[in-house]
Design a protein around this ligand. Structure first.
Ligand SMILES: C[S@@+](CC[C@H](N)C(=O)[O-])C[C@H]1O[C@@H](n2cnc3c(N)ncnc32)[C@H](O)[C@@H]1O
Length: 194
Protein backbone atom coordinates (compact mmCIF):
# COMPACT_ATOMS: atom_id res chain seq x y z
CA UNK A 1 0.00 0.00 0.00
CA UNK A 2 1.48 3.38 -0.94
CA UNK A 3 1.12 6.52 1.17
CA UNK A 4 -1.78 7.90 -0.89
CA UNK A 5 -3.76 4.67 -0.45
CA UNK A 6 -3.03 4.68 3.27
CA UNK A 7 -4.37 8.23 3.65
CA UNK A 8 -7.51 7.36 1.70
CA UNK A 9 -8.08 4.29 3.86
CA UNK A 10 -7.74 6.37 7.06
CA UNK A 11 -10.17 8.98 5.71
CA UNK A 12 -12.73 6.29 4.80
CA UNK A 13 -12.41 4.77 8.28
CA UNK A 14 -12.94 8.16 9.94
CA UNK A 15 -15.97 8.90 7.76
CA UNK A 16 -17.50 5.50 8.63
CA UNK A 17 -16.79 6.09 12.32
CA UNK A 18 -18.55 9.47 12.25
CA UNK A 19 -21.63 7.82 10.75
CA UNK A 20 -21.52 4.99 13.31
CA UNK A 21 -21.26 7.44 16.21
CA UNK A 22 -23.98 9.74 14.93
CA UNK A 23 -26.33 6.73 14.64
CA UNK A 24 -25.34 5.07 17.94
CA UNK A 25 -25.47 8.31 19.95
CA UNK A 26 -28.44 9.96 18.23
CA UNK A 27 -30.49 12.12 20.59
CA UNK A 28 -27.98 11.94 23.45
CA UNK A 29 -26.40 14.98 25.07
CA UNK A 30 -24.07 13.18 27.46
CA UNK A 31 -22.28 9.86 27.89
CA UNK A 32 -20.15 7.96 30.38
CA UNK A 33 -16.99 6.78 28.62
CA UNK A 34 -14.70 3.83 29.39
CA UNK A 35 -11.43 3.92 27.44
CA UNK A 36 -9.80 0.51 26.91
CA UNK A 37 -12.88 -1.40 28.09
CA UNK A 38 -11.36 -4.80 27.32
CA UNK A 39 -14.00 -7.51 27.69
CA UNK A 40 -16.65 -5.06 28.89
CA UNK A 41 -17.46 -6.63 32.26
CA UNK A 42 -16.96 -3.48 34.25
CA UNK A 43 -19.01 -1.13 32.05
CA UNK A 44 -21.83 -3.64 31.51
CA UNK A 45 -22.34 -3.91 35.26
CA UNK A 46 -21.97 -0.15 35.67
CA UNK A 47 -24.66 0.45 33.00
CA UNK A 48 -27.00 -2.05 34.69
CA UNK A 49 -26.73 -0.07 37.93
CA UNK A 50 -26.93 3.40 36.30
CA UNK A 51 -29.89 3.15 33.97
CA UNK A 52 -30.27 6.92 33.59
CA UNK A 53 -26.79 7.24 32.06
CA UNK A 54 -25.71 6.19 28.56
CA UNK A 55 -22.42 4.30 28.59
CA UNK A 56 -19.90 3.93 25.78
CA UNK A 57 -16.97 1.52 25.98
CA UNK A 58 -14.17 1.75 23.46
CA UNK A 59 -11.26 -0.53 22.67
CA UNK A 60 -8.97 -1.10 19.71
CA UNK A 61 -9.41 -4.89 19.71
CA UNK A 62 -12.38 -6.08 17.63
CA UNK A 63 -12.87 -9.40 19.42
CA UNK A 64 -13.13 -7.67 22.82
CA UNK A 65 -15.73 -5.25 21.46
CA UNK A 66 -17.81 -8.05 19.90
CA UNK A 67 -17.78 -10.01 23.15
CA UNK A 68 -18.68 -6.89 25.12
CA UNK A 69 -21.66 -6.13 22.89
CA UNK A 70 -22.89 -9.72 23.22
CA UNK A 71 -22.59 -9.44 27.01
CA UNK A 72 -24.61 -6.20 27.05
CA UNK A 73 -27.26 -7.75 24.77
CA UNK A 74 -27.56 -10.83 27.03
CA UNK A 75 -28.05 -8.47 29.97
CA UNK A 76 -30.87 -6.76 28.03
CA UNK A 77 -29.32 -3.31 28.39
CA UNK A 78 -30.31 -0.46 26.08
CA UNK A 79 -28.09 2.22 27.69
CA UNK A 80 -24.73 0.93 26.51
CA UNK A 81 -22.67 0.57 23.30
CA UNK A 82 -19.21 -0.84 22.74
CA UNK A 83 -17.34 0.57 19.76
CA UNK A 84 -14.05 -0.49 18.19
CA UNK A 85 -12.10 2.72 17.97
CA UNK A 86 -8.87 4.26 19.15
CA UNK A 87 -9.42 6.85 21.90
CA UNK A 88 -8.00 9.85 19.97
CA UNK A 89 -10.09 9.06 16.89
CA UNK A 90 -13.14 8.65 19.10
CA UNK A 91 -12.74 12.20 20.45
CA UNK A 92 -12.23 13.59 16.93
CA UNK A 93 -15.40 11.87 15.69
CA UNK A 94 -17.71 12.38 18.68
CA UNK A 95 -20.77 14.34 17.50
CA UNK A 96 -20.66 18.02 18.52
CA UNK A 97 -23.77 17.88 20.71
CA UNK A 98 -22.52 14.99 22.87
CA UNK A 99 -20.48 15.78 26.02
CA UNK A 100 -18.69 13.29 28.27
CA UNK A 101 -19.93 13.39 31.86
CA UNK A 102 -17.58 10.83 33.38
CA UNK A 103 -14.53 8.89 32.16
CA UNK A 104 -12.97 5.61 33.31
CA UNK A 105 -9.47 4.41 32.42
CA UNK A 106 -8.96 1.11 34.20
CA UNK A 107 -5.62 -0.70 34.03
CA UNK A 108 -4.45 0.94 30.78
CA UNK A 109 -1.38 -0.47 29.02
CA UNK A 110 1.56 0.84 31.13
CA UNK A 111 4.18 1.07 28.33
CA UNK A 112 7.00 0.59 30.85
CA UNK A 113 9.93 1.49 28.54
CA UNK A 114 10.80 5.19 28.56
CA UNK A 115 10.86 5.43 24.76
CA UNK A 116 7.23 4.21 24.72
CA UNK A 117 5.86 6.61 27.34
CA UNK A 118 4.46 8.77 24.53
CA UNK A 119 1.94 5.95 23.93
CA UNK A 120 0.49 6.20 27.43
CA UNK A 121 -3.14 7.25 27.39
CA UNK A 122 -2.63 9.53 30.42
CA UNK A 123 -0.41 11.91 28.43
CA UNK A 124 -0.93 15.64 28.58
CA UNK A 125 -2.02 16.15 24.94
CA UNK A 126 -4.66 13.45 25.17
CA UNK A 127 -5.88 14.66 28.57
CA UNK A 128 -6.31 18.19 27.16
CA UNK A 129 -8.29 16.86 24.16
CA UNK A 130 -10.39 14.72 26.48
CA UNK A 131 -11.19 17.67 28.75
CA UNK A 132 -12.35 19.66 25.70
CA UNK A 133 -15.12 17.11 25.15
CA UNK A 134 -16.08 16.77 28.84
CA UNK A 135 -18.80 18.55 30.79
CA UNK A 136 -17.92 21.00 33.54
CA UNK A 137 -16.88 19.14 36.72
CA UNK A 138 -16.57 15.86 34.83
CA UNK A 139 -14.36 13.32 36.61
CA UNK A 140 -11.70 11.08 35.11
CA UNK A 141 -11.19 7.86 37.08
CA UNK A 142 -7.80 6.24 36.59
CA UNK A 143 -6.71 2.94 38.13
CA UNK A 144 -3.44 1.06 37.58
CA UNK A 145 -1.30 -1.66 39.16
CA UNK A 146 1.80 -0.06 37.64
CA UNK A 147 3.43 2.11 40.34
CA UNK A 148 5.70 4.00 37.99
CA UNK A 149 2.79 4.87 35.65
CA UNK A 150 0.80 6.16 38.63
CA UNK A 151 3.72 8.37 39.75
CA UNK A 152 4.33 9.54 36.17
CA UNK A 153 0.68 10.64 35.96
CA UNK A 154 1.01 12.53 39.27
CA UNK A 155 4.05 14.31 37.82
CA UNK A 156 2.22 15.23 34.59
CA UNK A 157 -0.67 16.75 36.55
CA UNK A 158 0.74 20.14 37.66
CA UNK A 159 1.53 21.04 34.03
CA UNK A 160 -2.07 20.38 32.98
CA UNK A 161 -4.49 23.25 32.79
CA UNK A 162 -7.34 20.89 32.05
CA UNK A 163 -7.54 18.57 35.09
CA UNK A 164 -6.74 18.70 38.80
CA UNK A 165 -6.91 16.13 41.59
CA UNK A 166 -10.47 15.83 42.82
CA UNK A 167 -10.98 16.16 46.55
CA UNK A 168 -13.76 14.51 48.49
CA UNK A 169 -14.92 12.43 45.51
CA UNK A 170 -15.33 8.70 46.11
CA UNK A 171 -14.74 5.97 43.55
CA UNK A 172 -18.29 5.61 42.23
CA UNK A 173 -18.58 1.92 41.41
CA UNK A 174 -16.61 -1.22 42.22
CA UNK A 175 -16.50 -4.27 39.98
CA UNK A 176 -13.35 -6.25 39.36
CA UNK A 177 -11.99 -6.00 35.80
CA UNK A 178 -10.19 -8.85 34.01
CA UNK A 179 -6.82 -7.18 34.59
CA UNK A 180 -7.66 -6.21 38.15
CA UNK A 181 -8.27 -9.89 38.95
CA UNK A 182 -4.66 -10.66 38.01
CA UNK A 183 -2.99 -8.24 40.42
CA UNK A 184 -2.61 -7.95 44.20
CA UNK A 185 -2.05 -4.22 44.31
CA UNK A 186 -3.37 -1.19 42.46
CA UNK A 187 -3.79 2.55 42.94
CA UNK A 188 -6.64 4.85 41.95
CA UNK A 189 -6.75 8.53 41.13
CA UNK A 190 -9.75 10.77 40.42
CA UNK A 191 -9.22 13.95 38.40
CA UNK A 192 -11.79 16.69 37.99
CA UNK A 193 -12.03 18.91 34.96
CA UNK A 194 -10.67 22.36 35.80
C1 LIG B 1 -4.46 -3.76 29.95
S1 LIG B 1 -5.97 -3.80 29.07
C2 LIG B 1 -7.17 -3.44 30.34
C3 LIG B 1 -8.57 -3.83 29.95
C4 LIG B 1 -9.65 -3.59 31.03
N1 LIG B 1 -9.78 -2.17 31.30
C5 LIG B 1 -9.35 -4.37 32.28
O1 LIG B 1 -9.01 -3.74 33.29
O2 LIG B 1 -9.48 -5.59 32.26
C6 LIG B 1 -5.92 -2.27 28.16
C7 LIG B 1 -6.96 -2.21 27.06
O3 LIG B 1 -6.88 -0.93 26.44
C8 LIG B 1 -7.02 -1.09 25.05
N2 LIG B 1 -6.39 0.10 24.42
C9 LIG B 1 -5.06 0.38 24.39
N3 LIG B 1 -4.84 1.56 23.79
C10 LIG B 1 -6.07 2.06 23.45
C11 LIG B 1 -6.49 3.24 22.79
N4 LIG B 1 -5.60 4.17 22.39
N5 LIG B 1 -7.81 3.43 22.58
C12 LIG B 1 -8.71 2.49 22.99
N6 LIG B 1 -8.37 1.34 23.63
C13 LIG B 1 -7.05 1.12 23.86
C14 LIG B 1 -6.34 -2.41 24.76
O4 LIG B 1 -6.76 -2.99 23.56
C15 LIG B 1 -6.75 -3.24 25.98
O5 LIG B 1 -7.95 -3.96 25.77
Amino acid sequence: MDYEEHIQRVERRKAALKVELSVSLEGLSSIVLEIGCGHGHWLTDYAAKHSSQFCVGIDVIRDRIDRSNRKAARAGLSNIRFIKVEAGEFLESLPEGVAIESVFVLFPDPWPKKRHWKNRIMNSDFLDSLANRCKENACLHFRTDHEEYFEWTQEVLPSLGSWHLASGVEWPFERETVFQAKVDFYQSMILEKT
